[in-house]
Design a protein around this ligand. Structure first.
Ligand code: ZN
Ligand code: ZN
Length: 138
């Protein structure tokens, strides 16, 4: 399948050609800060599959709990969160699924795994059927 996505102002567009992807929610406090929301929803795809087709994202390097860099890509004009590349996962890119077009923000209605559930707001329930990880890779 070909995933396509864009930021809120349309200045940045991207595509990713993938057979399938892992769908993951992350509840860590960096994701909360970066998005202003309760969590990020992610389509985790091979890094080589992602191509920026319009515009040029800005980046911000955050240092994760691991001490490794989590590179954040966002639109320099509207600030939309686009995707992250974790030094811990050098072959993968975490597309922020809210930016996906054609209804794919729904992640096919399925969440494979939730990370950092220790930081999940108490008003949110675990997604039924999703693997629960206290932090990342724990
Ligand atoms: Zn934008
Ligand atoms: Zn996170």
């Amino acid at each position: 399948m070909t995933l396509t996505g864009s930021c809120m102002c349309g200045g940045v567009h991207y595509t990713a050609d993938v057979d399938k992807y892992l769908s993951a929610l992350c509840h860590c406090t960096d994701c909360q800060k970066w998005t202003g929301g309760a969590f990020t929803s992610n389509a985790v795809v091979p890094r080589t599959s992602l191509k920026v087709t319009k515009g040029s994202p800005s980046t911000y390097d955050a240092v994760g709990d691991s001490g490794k860099i989590n590179k954040h890509f966002f639109c320099p004009t509207c600030g939309s969160s686009l995707y992250t590349e974790l030094e811990l996962m050098p072959d993968m890119t975490c597309i922020k699924a809210g930016g996906l077009d054609n209804g794919e923000a729904n992640l096919g209605g399925k969440v494979d795994i939730e990370f950092y559930v220790k930081d999940r707001p108490s008003y949110l329930a675990a997604v039924e059927g999703a693997k629960q990880e206290s932090a990342f890779g724990g």
